[in-house]
Ligand binder design. Structure first.
Ligand code: HEC
Length: 229
C-alpha cells in the first residue's frame, strides 16, 4: 500500500529516526517512577495527612459555586420571573444547537428549533397543535387532569415566563422537563407555543394583517393564473 502523504513529504526517510526517538523516550521515561510513587492523594482517597478535619481528600464544592456555562445572570431569562412576577420579556439571544441566535432578527430559526423540540418532548401529550390531544392522551394516558390545551383564553393571555416556568418545574400532574430540555431550548419552545396559539386563533389578526394576507393571496393567485411558478 502506498501512503501518499509520507512519500510526498519525504516522511518515509525520517521514519527510522522518529521511531528511535519514540523508543528512547519511552524507555528513559520508564526509569523515573519517583513521580508515580510520590506522596499524593487521588480523588475520593482517604486523607492520611490529617490536613482536613473530615478525613476526606476530596473537598466539598464551596457554597455558591457555579459550573461553567450555568451562570444565571439574567433573572427573567433563567427563571421566567422578574421581581417575583412572570416576565413577558423574550431573551434577546439564545444558543440553539450550538448556534448563537439573535431572537430579534432570526425568529424563524428559533421557531424551527422550538418546533423540532416540541415535537420530540411535548407533542405526545399535548398534540402537534398544542390542543392537548397527543397520541398518549388518545391512547389511554389516565391522569387526574388531561394535558393542557394551549388555546384556552387563560393560556393565550399567560406571559411567556409561565411556559418557561412550567417546563422548568412542571405543573400539577405534569412533571418537570428540565432534565430533557436546555433552558435556551425551553425558550425556543415558548416561541413555538406562541406561534401555535396564534395559528389557532385567527380572529386575532389585525385589519392590517388581514389586508397584507389578502394582497399576498391575490398576488399568488395572479402568478398561478399567468402560468408562472
Ligand atoms: C407526559 C405528558 C406530558 C408531557 C410530555 C408534557 N406535558 Fe405539559 N402538561 C401535561 C399535563 C397532564 C398537564 C396538566 C397538568 C395539570 O393541570 O395538573 C400539562 C400542562 C401543561 C401546561 C399548562 C399549564 C397551565 O397553566 O395550565 C403547559 C404550558 C405545558 N404543559 C407545557 C408543556 C411543554 C412545553 C412540554 C414539553 C417541553 C410539556 N408540557 C410536556 C402533560 C405533559
Amino acid at each position: 500500500m502506498k501512503f501518499g502523504l509520507s512519500s510526498e513529504f519525504g516522511l518515509r526517510k525520517f521514519l527510522p529516526k522518529i521511531s528511535l526517538l519514540v523508543f528512547m523516550s519511552a524507555t528513559l521515561a520508564g526509569c523515573h517512577t519517583d513521580m508515580w510513587y510520590q506522596a499524593k492523594v487521588t480523588p475520593w482517597d482517604k486523607d492520611e495527612s490529617g490536613t482536613f478535619k473530615d478525613g476526606a481528600a476530596s473537598r466539598p464544592v464551596p457554597k455558591g459555586t457555579v459550573a461553567q456555562g450555568w451562570a444565571k445572570l439574567d433573572e427573567a431569562e433563567s427563571t421566567g420571573f422578574e421581581n417575583g412576577k412572570l416576565t413577558n420579556k423574550f431573551p434577546a439571544r439564545l444558543t440553539l444547537d450550538g448556534d448563537v441566535v439573535d431572537t430579534n432578527t432570526e425568529m424563524v430559526k428559533v421557531m424551527k428549533r422550538g418546533k423540532e423540540r416540541f415535537h420530540v418532548v411535548c407533542s405526545h401529550c399535548h398534540g402537534e397543535a398544542g390542543d392537548g390531544q397527543g397520541m398518549i392522551t388518545k391512547r389511554g394516558l389516565v391522569l387526574k387532569r388531561e394535558p393542557a390545551n394551549y388555546h384556552s383564553e387563560r393560556l393565550r393571555k399567560m406571559p411567556v415566563g409561565h411556559f418557561f416556568d412550567v417546563m422548568t418545574h412542571g405543573f400539577g400532574t405534569m412533571y418537570s422537563q428540565a432534565s430533557r430540555v436546555t433552558p435556551d431550548d425551553r425558550w425556543a419552545i415558548v416561541a413555538y407555543i406562541r406561534a401555535l396559539q396564534a395559528s389557532q386563533n385567527v380572529n386575532e389578526f389585525s385589519a392590517e394583517d388581514k389586508k397584507l394576507m389578502e394582497e399576498a393571496a391575490a398576488a399568488e393567485a395572479k402568478k398561478t393564473e399567468g402560468g408562472h411558478h
